[in-house]
Design a protein around this ligand. Structure first.
Ligand SMILES: N[C@@H](CCC(=O)N[C@@H](CS)C(=O)NCC(=O)O)C(=O)O
Length: 206
């Protein structure tokens, strides 16, 4: 049994939740109110989340933090979704590092700056994030342009789950997606266990 601490508004939480759902792993979900100051958040989240952020996954008494590290743990745990062989896991790891530095940075900042707090960004930063996002989405589209179903082939892996984490709020980030990316997102939407982040049970959107 797993316990996931997350937030409705967090794509980092969503990618872990989506993996748990698609893998049909039993878990309890606990919503963390990110509007509270870090030291006002409830225990045991406060003590267990080393960097003070969601997601936090707890399994067999051990806390796991950092969304992509959690996905790697789940791929190892299930021996599936990229965890089948060391070679597949290596390819997933590459995508996860790309995600953290590229689309997992540009897209959340575009969304945060337009949906939540435009004042948080000095002049020019969101424009720079948009130029990064344009390059990132073009890279992803090119990757998928050979018509493969998922990033590593016919079946979904943690690479897909990681990269799609923030992609189901395009209207909040004021972005659009090119054709191969749209088709890939449709295939993710069709997976058993997929729901929109706001439709996951127990979440409380701001
Ligand atoms: N690198 C982290 C980022 C996690 C993150 O940014 N979490 C945000 C929500 S999306 C958070 O907990 N913010 C609240 C805070 O920092 O107090 C990961 O991949 O898990």
């Amino acid at each position: 049994m797993f316990t996931l601490y997350g937030s409705a508004e967090s794509g980092h939480s969503f990618k872990v939740r989506l993996t748990l759902e698609v893998a049909a792993l039993p878990y309890e979900y606990r919503e963390v109110d990110l509007r509270l100051a870090r030291d006002a958040r409830a225990e045991p989240f406060r003590s267990l989340a080393r960097y003070g952020e969601v997601p936090l996954l707890v399994h067999a008494g051990q806390p796991y933090v950092q969304s992509n590290a959690i996905l790697l743990f789940l791929a190892g745990h299930t021996q599936a979704f990229g965890g089948e062989t060391p070679e597949r896991l290596a390819r997933c790891r590459e995508w996860l590092f790309w995600e953290a530095n590229r689309i997992g940075t540009s897209l959340p900042h575009l969304r945060f700056g337009q949906r939540f707090d435009p004042q948080a960004y000095p002049a020019g930063v969101l424009e720079w994030m948009r130029s990064r996002f344009d390059a990132d989405i073009a890279r992803l589209n090119e990757e998928l342009s050979d018509g493969r179903a998922f990033l590593l082939g016919d079946t979904p892996t943690i690479a897909d789950f990681s990269i799609c984490g923030y992609m189901f709020w395009p209207e909040q980030a004021h972005v659009g997606y090119p054709a191969y990316v749209m088709a890939w997102l449709e295939r993710i939407r069709a997976l058993p266990g997929w729901r929109h982040p706001y439709d996951m049970p127990g979440v409380v959107p701001f």
